[in-house]
Design a protein around this ligand. Structure first.
Ligand SMILES: [Zn+2]
Length: 97
């Protein structure tokens, strides 16, 4: 009789992508690749944000997002529109005059 021993998989083995390959010695092995994080999208137009990395670990504050309001949440054009709207609402500028 032949028994297969089923070992519990570690967390990285369960979550990472697998790829089978043959080593130079001739035996087949499995390679584990880490998955990339999801793309960070704009909250309004759902376009990919520029200047925001997928992996935040081991990065300084200035490398994580641009230095302006709504950075990391809205793209530059959407945040520009938002800021303009806020100013118009705050100071009550009308086009009727
Ligand atoms: Zn946008």
């Amino acid at each position: 009789m032949r028994f297969n021993i089923i070992m519990a998989k570690t967390r990285s083995e369960r979550t990472s992508k697998k790829r089978a390959y043959t080593s130079p010695g001739g035996d087949s092995r499995i390679e584990y690749h880490k998955r990339k994080n999801a793309k960070i999208l704009c909250g309004n137009c759902k376009e990919e944000l520029m200047g925001v990395p997928r992996r935040m670990k081991k990065k300084s504050k200035t490398q994580k997002a641009p230095n302006r309001p709504y950075a990391g949440n809205f793209c530059s054009s959407c945040s520009r529109k938002l800021i303009k709207e806020k100013i118009l609402n705050e100071y009550g500028v009308d086009d009727k005059k």
